[in-house]
Design a protein around this ligand. Structure first.
Ligand code: ZN
Length: 141
């Protein structure tokens, strides 16, 4: 998603600090991709169903995900809550881009994750990478 799309839907509560963090990210020269900001309850429910829907045809779930404009489901659980801060528009997912490729997974040797995290933390965001249940793309206030 573009910065304009992110900022259009984000909560006014974090608009200012997020705007400033994005300026710093641009100036840092690190490549990054914004995967998600505010999330609909439909999207959150679809995320919550992923990896838990043995009786539902995967093609039906894939169709619903296409309508919700989210990535097609994988077989793994990706969320453990229906109360994500994304629903309130006070969370954002940002991942590095290197050589045109989005890097979704942090394996401890991807410095760009840490550059992005340092900038976001400087602007008052908590990083999901610091949590016990790691969520490396995730930042929230
Ligand atoms: Zn997130």
């Amino acid at each position: 998603m573009t910065k304009a799309e992110l900022l259009r839907d984000i909560s006014p509560a974090i608009y200012q600090k997020l705007s400033m963090a994005l300026v710093d990210l641009d100036e840092s020269g690190v490549g990054y991709y914004i995967s998600e900001g505010r999330r609909s309850l439909l999207t959150q429910c679809l995320y919550a169903l992923q990896g838990r829907l043995d009786d539902i045809p995967q093609s039906d779930l894939a169709d619903a995900c296409r309508q919700a404009r989210i990535r097609p489901p994988g077989g793994e659980k990706i969320t453990w809550t229906l109360k994500s801060k994304h629903l309130d528009g006070i969370a954002v997912d940002i991942v590095p881009v290197r050589d045109g490729n989005v890097i979704w997974e942090y394996k401890g040797n991807e410095a760009t994750f840490e550059v992005i995290a340092a900038i976001m933390k400087k602007h008052g965001f908590r990083w999901g990478g610091d949590w016990q249940q790691k969520d490396y793309p995730h930042y929230e206030t």
